[in-house]
Ligand binder design. Structure first.
Ligand code: CO
Length: 216
């Protein structure tokens, strides 16, 4: 097969897959798409890694309409990221989600790249945030001899840091003041398909250093 035919067939596979999926969904539940047109009312905001192996709905066995999703390299919560901050604002203030989940994953390419000193081009700027997490926890991390174990721990520490970053936002603090929103830190493992809850949850401002607390 020529290269162009190869590209066409890999592309058409998705469109055919979509048609098959739509037909199955309609057969299973004739109201499925009609219900989706009525709007969304998700209870969860998912902040996950862009990694193709960590699809939010699939690994939590949830359906369209159940999870509001934002994904980026290594599931980072960066306060100057207009995209992420808009998603958080909309999810909390408008959709009024009950849970915000930061889900990292073991073997994360972004975390592994941040542990090296190689030049990752434009991505350097993004990975810098993970290097800061590494440096903040350097004593604990460098006491772990095995590289894979050390990287797994950095994956966890990175998730915990992102949960803390969420807690530092006015949007989340304001939500805590007025209602219950839980923030969770999870790590997904490819080896067994299971999610570990890191219990990094912040639902009280008490966990946050005074300098980060807003008078609301
Ligand atoms: Co990743």
């Amino acid at each position: 097969m020529s290269e162009i035919n190869n590209i066409k067939s890999s592309y058409n596979r998705l469109l055919q897959g979509n048609r098959d999926w739509a037909a199955i969904k309609t057969k299973e539940d004739p109201e499925f798409f009609k219900n989706l047109t009525m709007g969304q009312n998700p209870e969860y905001l998912w902040i996950g890694c862009s990694d193709s192996r960590v699809p939010a709905n699939e690994i939590t066995d949830t359906k369209s309409g159940e999870i509001f999703v934002h994904r980026n390299i290594a599931n980072l919560v960066v306060h100057t990221d207009m995209n992420l901050m808009s998603v958080v604002y909309y999810a909390v203030e408008v959709l009024r989600v009950k849970h915000i989940i930061v889900c990292g994953h073991y073997g994360c390419g972004g975390v592994l790249a941040a542990m090296e000193n190689s030049d990752q081009g434009f991505v350097n700027n993004w990975l810098r945030h993970i290097k800061e997490v590494y440096q903040k926890n350097v004593i604990e991390l460098e006491s772990i001899q095995d590289f894979k174990e050390r990287s797994n721990r950095l994956v966890e520490l990175n998730v915990i840091e992102q949960v803390r970053n969420l807690a530092k936002t006015k949007v989340v603090q304001n939500a805590w003041k007025n209602r219950t929103v839980q923030v969770h830190g999870w790590v997904y493992g490819f080896n067994d398909g299971l999610i570990t809850d890191l219990n990094a949850m912040h639902d009280e401002l008490i966990d946050l250093e005074p300098i980060f607390r807003y008078k609301l």
